[in-house]
Design a protein around this ligand. Structure first.
Ligand code: ATP
Ligand code: MG
Length: 577
């Protein structure tokens, strides 16, 4: 492609709303174009890179035996009513009506649609296992679209669904997808880590997220250096501290005056206690399907712990959008809660969720449900009980690894893919069954597997850039080589550049020829910004048949004969790295 003919507009500055390097650079290099909040289009270079990612995904999916199809983005509400997700998916589901008032949504994911296909097409065990996938545009009306392609409202996803006879079959399908994902992200040039994950609104048991490591990532990962435990912080189990020894007696409860001590820090320092000797209360309200408050929820954890919202909604078995922090005043009049002084012994008319660790801890200090007062020597079972007792705490950095006990570390990453063992959640809800040898019906056992294709593009840029621009890995670069023609009106230079252009293209190398009538500095800056992996500069040395050869990832430049530049380019492009 000749740059003089190319539709390309690079920007000196990115709009101020772009906060992270990938967003800034994809906009500045003219690869993507914003249309509205969280809604982007792809310009020629961005679209080329995106299609390369898609093709890597396609090849690896096809290698597993999965078959590609394409379903509509528009989905009728009836299927979502059947699975129970028309309500459970919440406000992220982009709902639309047709002119007759019939409800549809723009698909955020396609479990219902694929289950519907299989329940219609599959009847016998002989037709299983089977895996279908698509690469398609998805819609989620995200509360906070941000970081460009990272969290957008319209994005491209690869979604695959496996259908097996039994759990063993599902395990095999899952493992084969796990391997394919590792190959895909490696080929895309990403440094990533598969970690155990929560199953969220998709449902089912057993899941991994593939996380591209990055400081700007929105996924927080807890991992252990002494064993191979690695999980999202949302999901990571937290080991309960050892119970107070039997030799310690439960002391009688006693109300104490603790003026102005509204926080755990305040009360601990006022009473000269460690935070771990206190009970923290967190108050929430739960909503019904109409969005009205249906219950109040009080969570209790040890004062040094933090609430894990994902674990809490799982324990309550409700979607995340059906709960929020409570309006304390309203809650107080119904339940006896007193802002800053709420404790478990006096609270009434609410769902009490108690962290499992509290059960074994004796003589703790908790709020007295009375302004400026606490109660000391509070003990589980004797003084209060939970409607639900579960691990609802966050595994923090330095906490004991739930597997081996060593101190936990945290790191951040971008979730580029997630795989789930769905089991029979959708097949049972929607009646997708097969008949075995004896003509008996069984629910089909499902898995689902997503990759954020557009988010992967952003993650690659996040991991491969410097202050001048993008540094594409060869495998996903929009073009492999850029030939910078220093003086387009110099016949010798132009002839050599044209020869290089033709010869490289005839070898299957993807070449950009910067034949624009621009100053060399502008051309070099654009080449760096666009991140084309190899730059061949044709300038003064053209008369001797020499060019300058430079890799975008390295500072070194070399003056080499044209033929050497061609050979090295071909070799590098073939290596695919
Ligand atoms: P997140 O936790 O980031 O909201 P998710 O877990 O809801 O994502 P999945 O349902 O697992 O997402 O979707 C599969 C993949 O689609 C994700 O791993 C991610 O790469 C991508 N994805 C999800 N939401 C978005 C979005 N708003 N913008 C871009 N990509 C997304
Ligand atoms: Mg996910």
């Amino acid at each position: 492609m000749r740059l003089s003919k190319m539709h390309l507009k690079t920007l000196r500055e990115a709009p101020t709303e772009a906060e992270i390097p990938s967003h800034v650079l994809l906009l500045r290099s003219g690869m993507i174009r914003k249309l509205a909040s969280g809604i982007y289009g792809f310009m020629p270079l961005g679209w080329r890179s995106l299609r390369k990612i898609e093709n890597i995904i396609r090849e690896e999916m096809d290698n597993t035996g999965a078959q590609e199809i394409l379903m509509s983005a528009i989905q009728p509400s009836e299927l979502w009513e059947e699975s129970g997700r028309w309500y459970a998916y919440g406000p992220e589901l982009w709902r639309i009506k047709d002119r007759g008032g019939r409800d549809f949504c723009l698909g955020p994911t396609h479990e219902e649609i694929f289950t519907d296909i299989i329940r219609n097409d599959v009847s016998s065990y002989r037709q299983l296992p089977t895996t279908l996938y698509q690469i398609q545009t998805k819609y989620r009306d995200e509360a906070r679209p941000r970081f460009g392609l990272m969290r957008s409202r319209e994005f491209i996803m690869k979604d695959a669904y496996s259908f097996d006879k039994d759990r063993d079959g599902l395990d095999a399908s899952y493992d084969s997808m796990y391997d394919a994902y590792s190959k895909i992200f490696t080929r895309c040039g990403l440094t990533f880590r598969p970690v155990e994950a929560d199953t969220g609104a998709i449902g089912g048991k057993g899941s991994h997220e593939f996380t591209a490591l990055s400081e700007v990532g929105e996924s927080e990962i807890a991992y252990c250096e002494s064993c191979d435990m690695a999980a999202t912080v949302e999901r990571a189990e937290c080991r309960d501290d050892a119970p107070t020894p039997d030799s310690v007696e439960m002391l009688p409860m006693e109300e104490v005056h603790t003026p102005g001590t509204k926080t755990i820090e305040d009360v601990a320092s006022f009473l000269k206690l460690d935070k771990s000797q206190t009970i923290k209360a967190i108050l929430l309200e739960k909503y019904d399907e109409e969005g009205k408050v249906s219950d109040y929820v009080a969570c209790f954890l040890r004062g040094d712990r933090e609430l894990n919202m994902t674990k809490l909604v799982n324990a309550l078995d409700i979607p995340e959008h059906a709960i929020a922090f409570a309006d304390e005043e309203k809650m107080g009049s119904k339940t006896g809660a007193v802002g800053g002084f709420t404790g478990p012994t006096k609270l009434h008319d609410c769902i009490m969720v108690v962290d499992s660790e509290l059960v074994g801890q004796k003589n703790l200090c908790a709020g007295a449900c009375k302004e400026d007062h606490h109660i000391i020597n509070v003990n589980y079972d004797r003084d209060y009980k939970g409607d639900i007792v579960a691990d609802i705490k966050t595994l923090k950095e330095g906490d004991a690894c739930p597997v081996c006990g060593a101190p936990i570390k945290h790191t951040r990453g971008i979730e580029v893919g997630q795989i789930f063992k769905l089991g029979t959640k959708y097949s049972e809800a929607m009646g997708a069954t097969y008949k075995d040898d004896n003509q008996e019906d069984h629910p089909i056992v499902m898995g689902c597997y997503g990759i954020g294709v557009t988010r992967t593009l952003a993650a690659i840029v996040e991991q491969h850039h410097d202050d001048k621009g993008i540094i594409w890995p060869i495998s996903v670069a929009p073009y492999h080589v850029i030939i910078t023609l220093v003086k387009p009106d110099d016949d010798v230079q132009r002839r050599l550049a044209e020869e290089l252009y033709e010869e490289l293209q005839s070898e299957g190398v993807e070449v950009m020829l910067d034949d624009r009538d621009e100053r060399p500095g502008v051309k070099f800056n654009d080449a760096d910004l666009l991140g084309i992996p190899i730059r061949i500069t044709v300038g003064k040395l053209a008369a001797e048949g020499y060019v300058e050869y430079k890799l975008r990832s390295e500072a070194d430049k070399r003056e080499v004969p044209k033929e050497v530049a061609i050979d090295e380019t071909i070799e590098l492009v073939k290596s695919g790295k």
